[in-house]
Write a protein that binds this ligand. Structure first.
Ligand SMILES: [Zn+2]
Length: 148
């Protein structure tokens, strides 16, 4: 059985986040000290071996936020909770593309003067992102700089 971290009455639960990515999600959502947040790091997971988990009280993600979070949490489970009941649950999948999130590692790329745009694809079980401007491909897990 997987260990549970304190149940919340109302809010969201993002579970099965790849290890190390909870921090990106917290930064991305810009919670600005307004909402109680529970973070689980390096928790045992049957599916992933080790996982992160994020719970935010009294909060809902917009569709745009869900899309951006999916970049860091492909395969994670997103649940919305009301009165301790799960009222919406979905598995996050990588988006087709995102704008203004990924910083192109190619320093000469003109995306640095624009809103960056990257398309996603799966290549041999790895998530690969393709820069719209310089057309370079990068493995997502090797990228470290994001506009968050
Ligand atoms: Zn580029």
């Amino acid at each position: 059985m997987e260990k549970k971290i304190g149940a919340i009455a109302n809010g969201v639960n993002i579970d099965h986040i790849p290890q190390g990515n909870a921090w990106y999600i917290i930064k991305l959502l810009k919670l600005q000290r307004k909402y109680p947040v529970g973070i689980g790091l390096n928790l045992p997971s049957k599916r992933l071996g080790v996982k992160d988990l994020v719970k935010i009280e009294n909060y809902r993600l917009t569709e745009e936020q869900l899309k951006l979070v999916s970049v860091f949490a492909a395969g994670a489970t997103y649940s919305e909770i009301e009165n301790y009941q799960v009222v919406r649950k979905l598995q996050l999948t990588i988006p087709e593309s995102v704008e203004d999130l990924i910083i192109c590692p190619n320093h000469r790329c003109i995306s640095h003067q624009h809103r960056s745009r990257f398309a996603f694809k799966i290549v041999r079980d790895k998530i690969v992102v393709n820069c719209h401007y310089c057309e370079h491909n990068y493995e997502l897990e090797n990228l470290q700089e994001f506009k968050i």
